[in-house]
Ligand binder design. Structure first.
Ligand code: CP
Ligand code: NVA
Length: 310
């Protein structure tokens, strides 16, 4: 059994294997309907228990569909209905019960500590479905989408991130840039630069990250432009001040023009004012394909967790 908590904890070869498996399974599903089962039924009899302490549309749906296509099933818990959230049951007892009833646990939480606590008391795999510091299932799926569209390994591309450089998605993207060995240009205001400890880890592992304080420098001749909400779900900041700080970091047509002609635009969604409608609805924007691909990569992540990745 394997946990899937942070990209940095997983070897490059396993991450690559997850992507290859997603590719194989997606090809085989041409002309099938959403609930048609993959013929090998690898998760027959298995139950995924999901819990969302924060809102979710894509992660919730993609895990739910993924486990069903693999012949398993899922139950989604509402934290406000559990004894745990009312303080009348301990986390360790809750974790033991989830491990007894289910076969894997997917948690979206506002506390990184909580994931580790659950991991400590669980005897089944735990998947991080977004925490304040990490969104690993999203980023792995985005790498799959980039390679699917660009038809080359991500190590041959320049990826550009514009926006908050100290949130869960960019943290996982930074970790992925080391694991998949790709060039990552980041554009953000000075005070929103990436986490220093993470940058130390990047340096130690010979990552190829460049940080800029203008969009032009970061986007210049890149292949992919990514952004994310300026205000994340866990952000306890002065929102109007933060939005103001990012006024020169919006992805608009000017910014796209600095990139290569065939550059694509990605956004994990939901979106805010960090991207113009013109770019968001342009041909370069691949956000719908990006969202749908999460199903395929969640399937391979589940198989990895169950030691069934072939
Ligand atoms: N991108 C993403 O994780 O979407 P949800 O918050 O809707 O799950
Ligand atoms: N950074 C965003 C990602 C949403 C999927 C957030 O945490 O709100």
């Amino acid at each position: 059994m394997n946990h899937f908590i942070n990209i940095r904890d997983i070897s490059s070869s396993i991450l690559r294997k997850i992507i290859m498996n997603a590719k194989k399974r997606k090809i085989k599903r041409k002309k099938t309907s959403t609930l048609d089962l993959d013929p090998d039924k690898p998760l027959k009899g298995k139950l995924l228990i999901q819990m969302f302490e924060k809102s979710s549309l894509r992660t919730r749906l993609s895990f739910s569909i993924a486990v069903k296509q693999l012949s398993g099933d899922e139950v989604t818990l509402r934290p406000d209905e559990l004894h745990l959230s009312k303080g009348t049951e301990s986390l360790s007892d809750t974790a033991k019960i989830i491990s007894t009833f289910g076969n894997a646990f997917m948690l979206r939480t506002d506390s990184d500590k909580k994931i580790n606590e659950f991991k400590k008391y669980m005897s089944i795999p735990i998947i991080n479905g977004l925490s304040p510091s990490s969104h690993p299932t999203q980023v792995l799926s985005d790498i799959y989408t980039i390679e699917e569209i660009k038809k080359k390994p991500i190590s041959k591309l320049i990826i550009c991130w514009i926006g908050d450089a100290n949130n869960n998605v960019i943290n996982s993207l930074i970790e992925a840039s080391v694991k998949f060995s790709f060039k990552l240009n980041i554009a953000c205001p000075k005070k929103y630069e990436p986490n220093k400890e993470l940058l130390k880890w990047v340096k130690k592992n010979k990552g190829k990250i460049k940080i800029f304080n203008t969009t032009k420098e970061a986007a210049y001749k890149c292949d992919v432009i990514f952004t994310d909400k300026v205000i994340s779900m866990n952000d306890k900041v002065n929102k109007s001040k933060k939005l103001k700080d990012f006024r020169n970091f919006k992805v608009n047509s000017n910014v796209m023009n600095f990139a290569k002609k065939d550059a694509i635009f990605l956004h994990c969604l939901p979106r805010g004012p960090e991207v113009s409608d013109k770019v968001f609805f342009s041909k370069q924007s691949k956000v719908w394909q990006q969202a749908l691909n999460r199903i395929y990569v969640q399937k391979s992540i589940l198989l990895y967790c169950f030691d069934k990745l072939r």
